[in-house]
Design a protein around this ligand. Sequence first.
Ligand code: AMP
Ligand code: MG
Length: 425
Amino acid sequence: MTAPRTLREASCADDYDPNSMAVDQARALIRQFLIPVTATERVHVRFALNRVLAEDIVSPIAVPGHDNSAMDGWAVRFADLKSGEDTMLKKVGESFAGKPHGGAIGPDESVRIFTGGVMPAGADTVVMQERAQEVEGGVRVAAGAVTKEGQNRRFAGEDLKQGQTVFRTGQPVRPAELGMIASLGINEVRVYRKLRVAFFSTGDELKSIGTTLGEGEIYDSNRYTLYGMLTRLGCEMVDMGVVADVPDELERAFATAAANADVVITSGGVSVGEADYVKQLLDKLGEVLFWKIAMKPGRPLAYGRIGTAHFFGLPGNPVSVMVTFYQFVRDALLILQGQRDVMPVPMFKATLAAPIRKAPGRTEFQRGILTPDGAGGWQVRTTGDQGSGILSSMSQANCFIVLGTATGNVAAGEAVDVQLLEGLL
Ligand code: AMP
Ligand code: MG
């Protein structure tokens, strides 16, 4: 099967049912339309953190550049060491990290050496200092101090070889990559430009913080969770505030957002009743599909294009916003940022501490609290009330308990899938 070229084409597939989309199916469909940004910029390595490499990094040097010692001790020739008795060696010099001995050692000679010190020519092994005793003019190496040639010696190029491709285009830069790049002496790298994401909240009932609430009004929290999640992903943001459920205003907001960003994210307005006029609007401006995902929370979801921008229409309920963001938007944004081999959020098993009631037929993402079980494993329980408006459940949770479509009630003691939120939130 070849990938569909348009959303309309995708929505003609045999297994396509907008009123009951499986989570994986929606994710796979979205993935087919994600084309990463292409523009790049050169930045100092420090500013490459949380960005994505837009070039292969080839090592201009070997790391480490020389054979050196992994210990404080004595550089020796393994062949000189007697088996079964102590060995007396002559001391011919010292090698500190950054201050090599410079010379070579011959038979029955040794060099006092410190961690990171260059191995003198002729030496092949390091005796750790705890197994050696300095004596007048030399050192006494205890019998059996080393068991094999090359012990406690780090080899030139054992971390990276000269000319080796260290990172490929599409590699996200984390603290380890920053250190690796610095270890190569490279101070500037090419990264993809940041993804621009415009977002707004829709709803007549929403007020921005800093204003007073009238009857029936609530503060807009979704823009703040979105701001937080997008910041963690390293996106550039255009916060467009609250837009009332007024077709003209919504149309203007959609058009402005799409003209100014790579991705448009909204919350609210995709549930039954509200979706109809939003649908009409978006049909004018682009091509958008409205789905009822077989999941809880996060059932209504819209995905498509407005102009050249990707569009994610998330549900209005605060928990649904976060769940749908992590299940659909996060991976999409990572791909759009230029990351290759994007891994889904890791899932592993934990033991359920208290039973959960669930009806088969949809995937549930319950908010869970994962704790050590005292026996070397992990146990998980829910945060309690799983209403999609209970944002405090997301704050109490440190994981999602993921209950698959076919799963029904789950008893205490059974193993369930969990996805850690630490590092995401
Ligand atoms: P909707 O999807 O627009 O029907 O909204 C579903 C529920 O989420 C309603 O109770 C809304 O009041 C609430 N809601 C929608 N948007 C927000 C928001 N930005 N912040 C907090 N609650 C919201
Ligand atoms: Mg609404």
